[in-house]
Design a protein around this ligand. Structure first.
Ligand code: ATP
Length: 364
């Protein structure tokens, strides 16, 4: 197993700067997920770690060893892709054991390792089959099995679940998590799916336009996003963004006003976060799950006129306009909500993020 360090990694393709100054320390045995929108540089970063792509600048280390000049094989990594890339003419057993055959491992040892790994993955019955006789989920398990038998120092996953349907994706996600708990191998996992990132990661690395924008545990990134980009990317349905202005009332309290609603007095405990925007605009970030029915001691009250109501079973998503923005609130399924019938929501001030409209920064 290995600690993986990235120091000042950069990658330029002609005139595209795909990766810029990426610095990251991944602990031995840690499960790190690189997440971000299409084109943010996450696959390129993974491919540089794998040795499939050469960086333009910077260093990759496994433990204390600089591996920049090593081939993927010499790095002792195993990679699982979204396209399983199984050999179609070989059985599952040979597919899984092929890398060991190449290394000159004895037939008996290969057989034993492959059987054990297949049992672990629940594909022990499928060893004689060819890939075309397998479902998508079974193929993905074979691809993982092939990676596991090599006992790599680092597992690299590039969107391994994106070809699977939603139900299977959820199931495989849990299996990957269990496997990691069992094998304790360092994992670097790339996805554009924030739910996958939240559920799998020890730490999430959010990337945007070639750069790391935030690193933290899933809950840190969810609760304390540093920028509007991260706030909007992590969490589903995504955070609502509402334009507002910070002013003051006749007795000198700071107030917060959304166009079309009565201003709220900002409680003293939250003054500092809003004071820097006094006399000017601020953008508010409110997550759908933070709209409450009951007001607390430090709540902002909002009246809503729903224009779309979406029951999902577990909860109901209520859409309504606020200050010119369309927002969505998550509500209890039992609450009586109808299009065109006004209702009230309360949001605790501690759940209202103050976003700098110019820079997109959020100061906690
Ligand atoms: P996706 O989720 O769509 O795979 P990504 O976040 O993994 O996106 P990368 O594949 O790392 O992003 O690509 C980062 C940037 O580098 C993109 O602008 C992409 O077009 C560019 N890029 C990637 N590979 C090459 C290449 N071989 N030649 C030229 N440009 C490339």
């Amino acid at each position: 197993m290995a600690r993986v360090s990235l120091h000042g990694l950069g990658k330029r393709f002609d005139n595209v700067e795909a990766v810029r100054d990426v610095n990251l320390e991944i602990a031995d045995g840690e499960f790190v997920v690189l997440v971000g929108p299409s084109g943010c540089g996450k696959s390129t970063t993974l491919r540089i770690i794998a040795g499939l792509e050469e960086s333009t600048s910077g260093e990759v280390r496994f433990g204390d060893r600089v591996v920049n000049d090593l081939t993927p094989r010499e790095r002792n990594i195993a990679m699982v892709f979204q396209s399983y890339a199984l050999y179609p003419h070989m059985t599952v057993e040979r597919n899984m054991g092929f890398a060991l055959e190449q290394d000159g491992t004895s037939k008996g040892d290969i057989r034993e390792t492959v059987r054990k790994t297949a049992e672990l993955l629940g594909i022990g019955e499928l060893l004689e089959r060819k890939p075309k006789a397998l479902s998508g989920g079974q193929r993905q398990r074979v691809a993982m099995g092939r990676a596991i038998v090599r006992r790599p120092e680092v597992f690299l996953f590039d969107e391994p679940l994106s070809n699977l349907d939603a139900a299977l994706r959820t199931q495989m996600r849990m299996e990957i998590k269990k496997l990691h708990r069992l094998l304790k191998t360092t994992v670097v996992y790339v996805t554009h799916d924030q739910i996958e990132a939240m559920t799998l990661a020890d730490r999430i690395v959010v990337m945007d336009r070639g750069e790391i924008v935030q690193v933290g545990t899933p809950m840190e990134v969810y609760e304390r996003p540093k920028t509007r980009f991260v706030a909007g990317f992590i969490g589903a349905p995504r955070m609502n963004f509402v334009p507002a202005a910070v002013g003051s009332n006749s007795v000198g309290d700071l107030t917060l006003a959304i166009p079309g609603t009565a201003p709220w007095r900002i409680p003293n405990a939250h003054r500092a976060r809003f004071a820097m925007f006094a006399g000017g605009p601020v953008e508010l970030g409110i997550r759908p799950e933070h709209f409450m029915e009951q007001a607390g001691p430090e709540s902002a009250l909002l009246s809503a006129l729903p224009d779309v109501v979406e029951p999902t079973g577990a909860d109901t998503l209520v859409h309504f306009p606020v200050g010119g923005a369309d927002v969505v609130a998550r509500s209890r399924p039992e609450r009586r909500i109808a299009v065109g019938e006004p209702l009230a929501f309360a949001v605790d001030f501690s759940r209202i993020y103050a976003i700098d409209p110019a820079s997109g920064r959020i100061d906690a």
